[in-house]
Design a protein around this ligand. Sequence first.
Ligand SMILES: Cc1ncc(COP(=O)(O)O)c(C=O)c1O
Length: 350
Amino acid sequence: MTSYQDAAQANQQVWIDLRSDTVTRPTAAMREAMANAEVGDDVYGDDPTVNELQARVAKLLGKQAGLFVASGTQSNLCALLAHCQRGDELLVGDCYHVHRYEAGGVSVLGGVMMEALATDHRGMMQPAAITKAVKPDDPHCPISRLLCLENTVSGHAHDVASIAGLAKAGRDSGLAVHLDGARLMNASVKLGVPARQLVEAVDSVSLCLSKGLGTPAGSVLVGSAEFIARARRMRKLVGGGMRQVGILAAAGLYALEHHIDRLADDHVAAHRLADQLGQIAKVTVNADLVETNMVFMQLPEGAADPLRAHLAGRGILLGTGDRTIRLVTHLDIDFLAIDQFTAEIADFFG
Ligand SMILES: Cc1ncc(COP(=O)(O)O)c(C=O)c1O
């Protein structure tokens, strides 16, 4: 991973940052909406802008209620703690964020075990594997309580039938179903399906506002009113009750209005990136696997670190990885940035 410090050492301003879609800065119009937000103490439920955002996302996703939280990790954590008790287990895809990149929070804080199930190259689990993994009612076993899904998974957009098939397998075995929809709107835009249809079969959904939607922070968790009341208690427990946080919620409302349809531009940019990289001899990209805003670039052995350093010296940042590096398009990446980036890669490999 390269960082702003690496670029600064080479006296370069960062102008192309493909590490993630979390790196976007709020636009001038979003900052204006934030500055003008009406606020109140949200722990008392008094912040009108937060209340509006929660209601808007709940409606967007077809659920009764919403809860504004600081991050995607906190949203998933509050959801999992609200669904599960100590001694329960949840089933989750082996490559999903909840399992790999959230510090094991639900196990550390909630005494909840995670069983990771195999996923294919698009991040899909098999319904039969879910059924098989549910434990019998036996005191030797943890109590299988929850199934955790994700959409998109590494840029792959899972359709309504796929999500419904997985959710049905969980539900038929008595599991509740949570979906980490950090990038759910990318899936919705890609598939041309309203987000509420994509999550109809699940009980709770976490939607991130600070990824492709471009806000500085925040996620919204949605579900039944009774579930959200329990999640609100969990938010307090993890120290996530915030006060005049309508200034952040206003960015979320702005993003729902202005930054959903434009996700299609990020998808077009990702295809352009994949097509151009595919023409560079030393780089391999499977353009057929690009579905939304992520491209996975394969490099020759030993090339990643020198390439990262070379690009940082030109104000271009790359994420981690040795043979495979994830590139993510977003609000601050236009066609010029894509063309410049691929020209630099071509230059590096001579
Ligand atoms: C699929 C997915 N879920 C959850 C998260 C967690 O979001 P945050 O970084 O806001 O905690 C991420 C972050 O990248 C993610 O990619």
